[in-house]
Each structure stands twice: as structure tokens, then as C-alpha cells.
Design a protein. Structure first.
Length: 309
């Protein structure tokens, strides 16, 4: 039934490969080849307690996968109940964004410009000022860039060296290009515009960046941060940096959510701290002004910023 589920389940090829590896290395090892109607709740729970999970999310992902297998068996009438149904998912604490400051962005770009091949400098500047997911940046093609309108069409991704014509959310989007992003593209033309479809290539090989050789990007990335004395954050943090710099500069959340390919609900959930901190004091000033018509009930408040009473 595990093999059948993997074969007929609608998955991206890269996801199917990962699921098959995990199924073979964990669930087939712990549940062995028992008849599916003899697998009990306690068997699933016992297997989960033997796993060495990096996080609660990893454990929950394994549970979701095997639950799908038993759902298939239930629908095919092999079993009457899914033994996974009573097993609770563990609480997962979402990691808050830890963006770079604008000063750190400037240091990183200045260092890359001076010490690394220009295509790397171009790639990092572009990613900092577009907020693309890493997979989207790797799959970006010149046909997706409209220099006249200053826009790009994001419609694909490269995950585990398998390119697809859909993004993570399965929704294409149009992204307005900032001046630094357009500048990076302008320089990048000389390197790849007449050399294939992809915008960004690995300068070591002359070939488009692959998902696996992205470790090379992380290698120069880590070395750059160490050289500058900047606390390490993974390259994906460039996406968070774009969002938070935008918020702190006064850009509307709805605009930035559209740029990033988020729903407003998800965007507010992830970046609530920066949305609220940007103009809380200004909003309180508006409130004070509104209630000032009630002088006997609302004494005048002077906001000093320090030791306020």
C-alpha cells in the first residue's frame, strides 16, 4: 500500500523522490511488511518515538505521510479505521524572520562586488531587492523579464534540480522591479543574455545554477558573512530582508504581499512585528488627537519617547 500510494499520489517529481526515500528508510523499516489491517495505533506511535527528529515539524511531516497511506487503504476498504487518526501533531513554533539591516546589506554587496565574480554580485543584489524565493531565482529566465515595464513574471521554480512551471504556491505572479534589481539585471545581460535561457549562471561552470550546487552559493555566502563579522543567516533571509526593508520604508503590506506571492493573512502572520513597529506611535498620536475633544476625561499627554507616564 505504501508503494501504491507513492505511485498514484499527485506529487511533484522532486517531492516524490523525497517521499520514497523517507518511506523506505523509516516506515518500511519500522512497520516492516505486516498486513495493513494488523497495524495498530500503538505501532505507529511506537515508530514515531524511535525517530530522531530534527524538529516537531519533521515528526509531523512523517505522520502526515503515513496517515495518507492509511487513508488510501481505508478508501480501498482494506481497513475500517485509520490508526493514525488519534495521534496528535506536535506543536510547531514558527521561527520569526531574522532579516539583515540595510547597513548589513550594503556591506555584503560591497564585499561581493570587490571580491567575487560579477555574476555572484548580480545574483545577490537581485535577490535582496526582489524578495524571490531561492528556487524562483534559480529558475528565472530572460523571457520572464520585461525591461520596458520594469516587471518580471514569476512562474517557475527549481527544487532538487527539477524545474517546474509552477511556484511553491502554484500561482504565477507579476513582480515590479526595484531600481537595484534592474541595475543587477542590466549588468547580468553581458554574462547570460546570449548564452541560454536562464538569467543567473554559476560563474565556475558557465551553466545555470543548479539546486545542488547552490551549496556553493552558501559557501561563498558563509565566507562573506564571516569576513565581515556579520551574524550568519541563510541566503533565504534575503527574501525576509526585502519585506522588512519595504515595511520600514512605508510600503503598503498589500503591495509587498503581492510582490512576495503571499496572501495578506500569511504576510501579516510572518511580518506582524515590523508592520506594528513601523507606525505604532503615529497611530497613537491619531488616537490622542481624536479623543482630545473630551478635555475633562482625557488629560493632555505629551509623548517624550522616554520614561513616559
Amino acid at each position: 500500500v505504501m508503494d501504491l500510494w507513492l505511485r498514484i499520489h499527485e506529487l511533484k517529481p522532486s517531492t516524490r523522490t523525497q517521499y520514497r526515500r523517507r518511506m523506505n528508510s523509516f516506515w518500511k523499516k519500522h512497520l516492516k511488511n505486516d498486513p495493513i489491517d494488523q497495524v495498530r495505533y500503538s505501532d505507529i506511535l511506537d515508530a514515531l518515538t524511535k525517530g530522531t527528529w530534527k524538529s516537531a515539524k519533521s515528526r509531523n511531516n512523517e505522520l502526515s505521510m503515513i496517515r495518507g497511506v492509511f487513508d488510501l487503504a481505508k478508501r480501498d476498504k482494506h481497513i475500517s479505521e485509520n490508526p493514525c487518526d488519534a495521534i496528535k501533531r506536535q506543536e510547531v513554533q514558527r521561527k520569526k524572520p531574522d532579516p539583515f539591516t540595510l547597513d548589513e546589506v550594503g556591506q555584503i554587496l560591497e564585499h561581493l562586488q570587490a571580491k567575487r565574480p560579477e555574476p555572484i554580485y548580480n545574483f545577490v543584489q537581485f535577490m535582496f531587492f526582489t524578495g524571490l524565493r531561492t528556487s524562483e531565482g534559480l529558475a528565472l529566465r530572460w523571457k520572464n523579464i520585461d525591461f520596458r515595464s520594469g516587471e518580471m513574471h514569476v512562474e517557475g521554480a527549481n527544487v532538487y534540480d527539477e524545474e517546474s512551471d509552477t511556484t511553491k504556491t502554484s500561482e504565477a505572479r507579476t513582480v515590479l522591479l526595484s531600481a537595484p534589481a534592474l541595475a543587477a539585471l542590466g549588468r547580468q545581460k553581458a554574462h547570460t543574455l546570449l548564452n541560454g535561457d536562464h538569467v543567473f549562471h554559476d560563474p565556475k561552470t558557465g551553466e545555470p545554477w543548479s539546486y545542488h550546487t547552490i551549496t556553493d552559493v552558501r559557501s561563498f555566502w558563509e565566507l562573506t558573512l564571516k569576513k565581515l563579522g556579520i551574524r550568519y543567516r541563510r541566503p533565504y533571509t534575503m527574501r525576509h530582508t526585502y519585506a522588512t526593508i519595504g515595511l520600514m520604508s512605508g510600503a503598503k503590506p498589500a503591495f509587498l504581499a503581492s510582490q512576495l506571492g503571499h496572501s495578506l493573512r500569511v504576510f501579516f502572520d510572518i511580518y506582524a512585528k515590523w508592520i506594528s513597529s513601523r507606525d505604532d506611535r503615529a497611530e497613537m498620536t491619531k488616537l490622542d488627537a481624536a479623543v482630545a475633544v473630551l478635555p475633562h476625561h482625557c488629560p493632555k499627554v505629551i509623548h517624550t519617547g522616554e520614561n513616559e507616564k
